[in-house]
Design a protein around this ligand. Structure first.
Ligand SMILES: [Zn+2]
Length: 259
């Protein structure tokens, strides 16, 4: 079985001081490809560095909505330059976060629109962070058709949100919460998502799957999330591996044929 972790933060030096070891351990669990996500200038740079260093790593560059207040024109210029790098496969994570109030809404929207513009210029998917903001972000997307694929990282919307996102042709990241005992509502929504649009991701070091909650998450835990999804789909973990890996290669063609 071979898996792709399509969203992790092993560029976080504190959580992952030895990415070589992290990647090696992941490979031992069948996770031979990882997409590392930037959340600001420094961590986007680190994501690109890891993608240049390791054959099984690719990067997504961008500025997280919770860091929108730290956005600088100089930092953004560097992100725009990295966006065309052959090992950069997407733009983000970007979007809306109403849970934390680090950055005012107006600033989050401004930075989001820059990502949408950049992603369309370089023709790469947008990796979306959406927390407690599905209706407003979906309103925006319905009013502003986007020419590149939309990937809702760590999908946590309700059934109505899911119907709207499906109509937009979006892709969906499924993470550790699908394994949580009390996540029945989430599992009902995940079951609605088109299987050819679903990807596995850890969001490591966050959102650790059962039975390791309370510990630091890592790409090696992708098979546990696959088990959770297999229970939702009523199929084998092998089938989840095969479907989600095929999906990841369709959304991110740069990861095909390497690693
Ligand atoms: Zn993330």
């Amino acid at each position: 079985m071979r898996f792709v972790d399509t969203h992790c933060h092993i560029n976080d030096r504190e959580a992952f001081p030895d990415p070589n070891r992290t990647l090696h351990e992941a490979q031992g669990h069948g996770v031979d490809r990882c997409i590392v996500i930037g959340i600001d200038e420094g961590l986007s740079e680190r994501a690109v560095q890891l993608a240049e260093r390791y054959p099984g790593v690719w990067a997504v560059v961008g500025w997280h909505p919770n860091h929108a207040h730290e956005w600088t024109p100089e930092g953004w210029a560097r992100i725009e330059a990295w966006a065309t790098h052959p090992r950069v496969v997407g733009i983000g994570e970007t979007g809306r976060d109403n849970h934390w109030d680090y950055a005012p809404a107006a600033q989050q929207w401004e930075v989001w629109e820059r990502h949408v513009d950049l992603a369309q210029r370089v023709e790469k998917p947008i990796v979306i962070h959406c927390r407690e903001a599905y209706p407003e972000l979906l309103d925006w997307l319905e009013a502003h058709p986007v020419s590149v694929p939309l990937l809702f990282h760590c999908w946590a919307g309700n059934a109505e949100d899911a119907e709207r996102a499906i109509r937009l042709g979006a892709w969906f990241g499924v993470d550790g919460p699908v394994t949580y005992k009390k996540a029945d509502e989430l599992r009902v929504v995940v079951a609605m998502l088109p299987r050819d649009r679903v990807l596995l991701e850890t969001d490591a070091p966050y959102l650790t799957p059962h039975p390791h909650r309370g510990e630091r998450n890592k790409p090696a835990y992708i098979p546990l999330i696959a088990e959770g999804l297999a229970r939702v789909w009523g199929c084998s973990v092998g089938e989840v591996a095969s479907v989600t890996t095929t999906n990841a290669k369709r959304l991110f063609p740069a990861i095909v044929g390497t690693a």
